[in-house]
Ligand binder design. Sequence first.
Ligand SMILES: Nc1nc2c(ncn2[C@@H]2O[C@H](COP(=O)(O)OP(=O)(O)OP(=O)(O)O)[C@@H](O)[C@H]2O)c(=O)[nH]1
Ligand SMILES: [Mg+2]
Length: 334
Amino acid sequence: MTKYIRKNREIAVNDYVEGIVNGNRVMLAQAITLVESNAVRHFEKAQKIIEKVLQKENSTIRIGITGVPGAGKSTFIDAFGTYLTNLGFRVAVLAIDPSSQVSKGSIMGDKTRMERLSKNPNAFIRPSPSGGHLGGVSRKTRETIILCEAAGFDVILVETMGVGQGEFVVRDMVDFFLLLVLTGAGDELQTMKKGIMELPDLVVVNKADGDNLHKANIAKQDYNTILHFLHSYTEGWTTKSLTASALKETGIDEIWNVICEFEILTKSSHVFDTRRSEQQRKWLYTLVEQELYKEFYEHPTIKQKLPILEQAILKGERSVAASALDLLESFLKK
Ligand SMILES: Nc1nc2c(ncn2[C@@H]2O[C@H](COP(=O)(O)OP(=O)(O)OP(=O)(O)O)[C@@H](O)[C@H]2O)c(=O)[nH]1
Ligand SMILES: [Mg+2]
C-alpha cells in the first residue's frame, strides 16, 4: 500500500535536491532512476535536479577500473572500497557495461563478489544502466557521478569490462584510470585491444599471491618495460606497474598512495582541472553530434530520400556532393 501511494506521488525537484545533499540514499537512488529513464518527462526532471546540484562545491576523485573478465575487478573493488571507507571516505561504485547493448550485461550482477562493500553504509553500489547505445549509457553514468558527488561520496569508482569501447568511454569521465592485469604480460598484450596500454595511469598486476607471486613480479617488470616505451596518457605523469592481491588484500595501500600522489601532482600542475573541463567540453560536443545524427537519420524525408539518392549516385545520375546538399536542405526545411 505504501508502495502504491509513493508511486503515485510525484516527488518535487527541490525535494530530490534536498534529499540528495542531505545524504538520503533512497532519494539518491530514485534520482538516478530518473537519470536512467528513457522517458522525456523523466529526462527533463533529471536535468533540473542536476542543474541544482552542479554548483555544490566538491573535491572528489573519480577512478576508472578496467580489466579483462576474470582479472579480479569485482574482488579488487570490494577490497579497495572497504580500505577507503576504513580511511573515512565515502565510496560510490558505478559501472559501464558495453555488453549491455547486446545482452543483459553481467557486470556487477555479481554483487556477491562485492559482498562486504554492498553492506557497507559508507558505500553505494549502482550497476550499469542497461540497454541503449554506449553513448546513452555513458551520459547516464556521467550524470550519476554528479548526483553521487552531490550526495557526499568522495571517491567514485567506475568499473568497465575489457570488452567493446568501454575503456575509452570511461577514460573520458575519470581523473585516474587503473588497468588490472594478470600474469603473462606477453600473452595478455596479444589479446589486448590496440591503444589500451596507452590509457592507464597505473597498471596493477593482480593475483600476486601464493604460487603466483613470483610470476606476478616478473609481469610487473615486463609491464614497466613496455610502459617505458609508451607515451603516458597524463601529462607530467609516468604510468608504472605495481602488484597486488585483491584476495589477500595486499598492495592496496601502495595503489592508494600512487593515486594520492597523482592527485597532488596533477592538481598543482592544473592538469587535473584542465582534464575535467576538457571532458565537459568534449561531452557537450559529443551529445550535440549524437542528437543531430539521430534527428537527421530518423527524419521521415531523409529516410525516404536517402535510398533513392544512394541509387542515383551508384548509377552515375547524381553527384555525391549535390546529393548530400539536397539531403541537408530537406532536413533543414522541416
Ligand atoms: N588468487 C587470487 N584470486 C583472485 C584475486 N582476485 C580475484 N580472484 C579470483 O578471480 C576470479 C575472478 O574475480 P572477479 O573479481 O570476479 O573478476 P572480474 O574481473 O570482476 O570478472 P568479470 O566480472 O567476469 O569481468 C574469482 O574467482 C576471484 O576469487 C586475487 O588477488 N588472488
Ligand atoms: Mg566482476
